[in-house]
Design a protein around this ligand. Sequence first.
Ligand code: ADP
Ligand code: GN1
Ligand code: MG
Length: 364
Amino acid sequence: MEKSPKHDLRAIARQFQIYGEYRSAEAYGSGHINDTYAVVFDQAGAPARYVLQRINHNIFKNPVALMENVQRVTAHLAGKLSGERDFSRRVLTLVPTRGGLCYHRDEPGSYWRVYLFIEKARSYDAVESPRQAFEAAQAYGRFQKLLADLPAPRLHDTIPDFHHTPKRFAALETAITADAANRASLAKAEIEFALSHKPITGVLLDANLPERVTHNDTKFNNVMLDDVTGEGVCVVDLDTLMPGLALYDFGDMVRTTTSPAKEDERDLSKVTMQFAMFEALVRGYLTAAGDFLTRPEKQHLAFCGKLITFEIGIRFLTDFLAGDTYFKVHREGHNLDRCRTQFKLVESIEQQEDKMNQLVEGIQ
Ligand code: ADP
Ligand code: GN1
Ligand code: MG
């Protein structure tokens, strides 16, 4: 069954070194950027699954450089993890094309890649327990640690200034002034909230923190948890891997893993920073990353949660004002709904920030 009228998924999958009979391809996951499909092949009577993805070329301007990053990083991780129990599920494995490349460019110019499917594990759009938060944070911390000695050269910046919050804020100001979709009047309270938070935007950049190799999109649904053990088994979605601050990653964990609500929840009473989840994140992350993080990094663990939540909130608001040109939307006002959950979470963090800082201070 083909679920994409736009693309001949069978023909595209055949470009890769996958053996057996093509059976099906279904849209998969809930990402906002790329198109992801679970593809099934029949290999001597047994089904074998693969993940086929179309890279969003509008957003990632240089897919070849992006794939060079992914190839280098997955090879480095595989080298470090080889020998560990179950190692092939702990790192994404690219399937090469029949011509030996790590991506396929089709006739209309789309870029495609295939990964082996990580079986018996799944990602979640909303956290369910502190144990899950601990496992996710430990997996992301381990990921940063394994990449700390990635040999030169520096990775490509797949999206320059991706987490440069002051530039994101400037883009919001431009979108407010332009009001291209004539929607500013629908978002008065959110615009006011955003403008009142301008002073926090430059704090991390001014804190003199070390540049590291970071994931930059550490959403809770970008880590696969093992179905049986619950362990954070594999970090996925490597498109935004590039030089960054460790706290961009921890901040996005706080954003996506402390509230029980989904990112687009409309009932804002459900959106809250649950302290037990934050504690589990800090403990899980420091278990893996505690020995390489500097003191100033550790001191900003609560702050970065607030900042990154605010940053993604203003990105959703900017996109709402611009007419939904960046994030995939599935209903009217979707980006505004997403912005509202983020700002509600910022408020919830602000109410608990002192306590969060005390917790971090006590754990160090
Ligand atoms: P997007 O950029 O659209 O978020 P992802 O790379 O995160 O795309 O993939 C979407 C979802 O597909 C992930 O949240 C994860 O659940 C699942 N996924 C991604 N890669 C794999 C894989 N190799 N094996 C199994 N599931 C995967
Ligand atoms: C996008 O691809 P996905 O859904 O994991 C976005 C992130 C945002 C996130 C918000 C390249 O991530 O930066 O934090 O949506 N990715 C890109 O949910 O912009
Ligand atoms: Mg994703």
